[in-house]
Ligand binder design. Structure first.
Ligand SMILES: *Cc1c(COP(=O)(O)O)cnc(C)c1O
Length: 355
């Protein structure tokens, strides 16, 4: 695939690298690739970052025909630009697309697009410890048509945003609200895909949790409201004595790449990791008996996020002493060590973008 580069004539002023936060600044360029039924993907280009011109009848605006990915580029101390398991993002974008009937994008095209944009905007990759370039690839149905049917035209886009360290002062445990009214997902629905509509539907519970003084929501299964699924935009793991347990991927949970990487690392260190159903009653009991030694979320943004306490049906239950567990800390250190190329790449997870 040939990618046309149209460099910006007006580079933006760079942000304050020490005060980036998340999703506030966007780089100088964006990647766009068009799709038309019968023609396939065409006109790959890196162009100046600018508002899109889109028909008000575009299907994405009415029926949420959109899927996305979230990944990062890391600047290593020896000056390499690294992605972490980008092929997994490419594959997951396609499984999300398949569920909502958007077109398949060749995986090598996905990686070439991300690489071309990061290369064009390489001076936007933060060098501060823990900071990185967040990458948002996404696919939309841009055809102007109000009938509910498969789209005839789409666009694949990539934008980038420099982001600061999620935990600039070291890991900090979060308080989680177990949501017992709203549900995120059911088996057969779209919960295992990264499609835009899922997140619109989740906001009401996030607002409720935040109004009550909690950071995020822990979702329960959509049928019985009994089994633990995941946290906001993270998968969740528990350490019960020495065993690590995490909800199995049975169709309603997002298959996180951080989750998969954490499981591989934990197993390589000799931990038993069990993927199974975990009821909220079991969690409650384990928290009370002291068997629950650690709880943490895993996801690209925070990498590993220790959970200090849960609110379960009105009862506040601390996790052990409410601090940062040794397994969460070790996972965080090792995952970030691999992502920034500080540790030997024994799993072949890093992908270097040649500049
Ligand atoms: C993106 C996401 C995750 C984490 O996936 P990673 O690949 O680890 O970043 C978990 N849950 C939900 C709902 C998500 O959207």
């Amino acid at each position: 695939m040939e990618i046309r580069l149209e460099p910006t004539g007006a580079p933006k002023v760079k942000p304050d690298w020490n005060n980036l936060s998340f999703g506030r600044y966007y780089t100088d360029h964006m990647f766009i690739l068009d799709y038309a039924e019968g023609r396939g993907w065409y006109d790959a280009r890196v162009v100046p970052y600018a508002p899109l011109s889109i028909d008000p009848a575009a299907m994405v605006l009415h029926y949420a025909m959109e899927v996305f990915e979230g990944m990062k580029a890391y600047y290593s101390s020896d000056g390499r630009v690294l992605l972490f398991r980008p092929l997994e993002n490419a594959k997951r974008l396609n499984s999300s697309s398949a569920r909502v009937c958007l077109p398949h994008l060749p995986e090598e095209t996905f990686i070439a697009a991300v690489s071309a944009l990061v290369r064009a905007d390489q001076d936007w990759i933060p060098r501060q410890p823990g900071a990185s370039l967040y990458i948002r690839p996404y696919l939309i149905a841009d055809e102007a048509h109000l009938g509910v049917r498969l789209p005839l035209t789409c666009k694949f886009l990539v934008i980038c945003s420099p982001v600061g360290a999620y935990y600039p002062e070291g890991l900090d445990p979060v308080r989680i609200y177990v949501e017992d009214e709203y549900v995120r997902s059911v088996i057969g629905g779209t919960g295992e895909t990264k499609c835009g509509g899922n997140y619109a539907a989740s906001l009401i519970a996030q607002k409720k949790a935040q109004d009550l003084g909690f950071t995020q929501v822990l979702w329960l299964d959509g049928v019985e409201h009994k089994y633990i699924e995941e946290v906001g935009t993270m998968n969740v793991m528990f350490r019960l004595e020495e065993e690590i347990v995490t909800p199995s991927l049975d169709g309603s949970i997002l298959p996180g790449i951080t989750r998969d990487s954490a499981i591989a690392l934990l197993r390589s260190w000799g931990h038993t990791v069990t993927e199974r159903k975990i009821s909220v009653a079991e969690l409650q009991q384990a928290a009370k008996s002291g068997a629950l030694r650690e709880a943490f979320g895993t996801g690209t943004a925070a990498v590993v996020s220790p959970i200090g306490a849960f609110s379960i049906f009105g009862e506040l239950l601390p996790v052990a002493d409410g601090g940062i567990g040794p397994v969460a800390q070790k996972l965080f250190d090792n995952l970030t060590g691999l992502q920034w190329g500080r540790l030997p790449d024994v799993f072949s997870w890093t992908y270097e973008i040649k500049m």
